[in-house]
Ligand binder design. Structure first.
Ligand code: XMP
Length: 319
């Protein structure tokens, strides 16, 4: 009979057998998947693993610091932290098309990752926190024609180019199973219970061209929204919640003055695997509280909307 403890021991044995005395590198994003993959592999092969954290400058507030302190401090995992935000933001300066955004980020991610890997003399294996739904969705859209809906930048490309074999211990798991495995590995709840975060980060939550100012604005909105969600005790009931900075200015009133500022959208969905999703039915008092805080506390935002689209026909992210 199948248990998570049994799965963990089996995967550790498999990793040891596959890797032998080889060296493994793993891209760490701070998300649940790559974190669990890294800790599992570290448990199997210790310092034969080096994690590379490419900071593209489009993470949420405080996230980069948390990744570094958790993995170096708590788990004692070898970790390279490369701040590549200038490189990414320069390349994205005039990019408005969502697919080009994703591809640009994916390409640069690979470039920077390769550079960092080369600096430590390369490796024999590349570890990825690929989940079962990633494997499916990158290929086709379930129930529909076989077309790519969105190109996930964490799947494919890299291993062939770098001539590395793949280590993907989570390939058969769904998200909730990955979380259970993480708990089995004593990864802190703040990471294990964390909402999924897309590889391209906040870039795909800012329709149109992105820059540092827009990112800073979005981080403020996002922080307030998530603070209120946690305070209301709703974080764990929601699959994913985030703010989107809309590329539109609207008129408002503030005191005796007229404002002409940006609008934002809030998104929150329930889901079991990210492949389908329903919007979360917040009560009106909650939405009212969040909207008031955002408009009052974030200069530059004067309108808040709530996205009530399910997936399908919407996707969870806006791009
Ligand atoms: P969509 O927007 O396609 O998202 O409904 C489904 C789930 O996948 C996440 N997502 C990504 N994750 N790299 C990732 O690692 C990506 O490029 C990417 N794009 C979307 C999204 O946040 C949601 O959980």
């Amino acid at each position: 009979n199948w248990t998570m403890a049994g799965f963990r021991d089996l995967e550790i044995a498999k990793i040891r057998e596959q890797v032998g005395t080889g060296r493994v590198i793993c891209g760490l994003s701070g998300g649940v998947d790559s974190s669990v993959a890294a800790v599992l592999i570290h448990e199997a092969i210790g310092d034969q693993l080096t994690c590379i954290f490419v900071d593209h400058g489009m993470l949420r507030a405080g996230e980069a610091e948390e990744v570094v302190s958790t993995f170096r401090g708590r788990f004692n995992i070898r970790l390279i932290h490369r701040d590549a935000s200038d490189l990414f933001l320069d390349a994205l300066k005039d990019v408005t098309d969502p697919e080009i955004k994703r591809k640009t980020i994916g390409r640069l991610f690979i470039e920077v990752f390769e550079q960092e890997a080369a600096k430590i003399g390369g490796a024999d294996f590349l570890a990825q926190g690929t989940l079962y739904p990633d494997v499916i969705e990158s290929v086709s859209f379930t129930g529909g024609p076989s077309v790519t809906i969105k190109s996930h930048h964490n799947v494919g490309g890299l291993p062939e180019r770098m001539n590395m074999k793949l280590v993907e211990p989570l390939r058969e798991l769904f998200k909730d199973e990955v979380r259970d495995l993480g708990r089995e590995l004593d990864i802190p709840e703040s990471i294990v219970g964390r909402h999924p975060f897309p590889g391209p980060g906040l870039a795909i939550r800012i329709p149109g061209a992105i820059d540092r100012d827009k990112l800073a604005l979005l981080r403020k909105v996002d922080t307030i929204y998530l603070e209120e969600i946690r305070r209301a005790g709703l974080y764990d009931a929601i699959w994913q919640a985030f703010a989107v900075l809309l590329p539109v200015r609207t008129v408002g009133v503030m005191g005796d003055g007229r404002t002409y500022d940006q609008a934002c959208a809030l998104r929150a969905v329930t889901s079991t695997d990210g492949m389908t999703a329903e919007f979360y039915p917040f009560d009106m008092a909650f939405l009212n509280r969040v909207a008031s805080r955002i408009v009052n506390e974030v200069r530059g935002i004067n309108r808040v909307t709530y996205d009530i689209t399910s997936k399908p026909p919407g996707t969870i992210e806006w791009e």
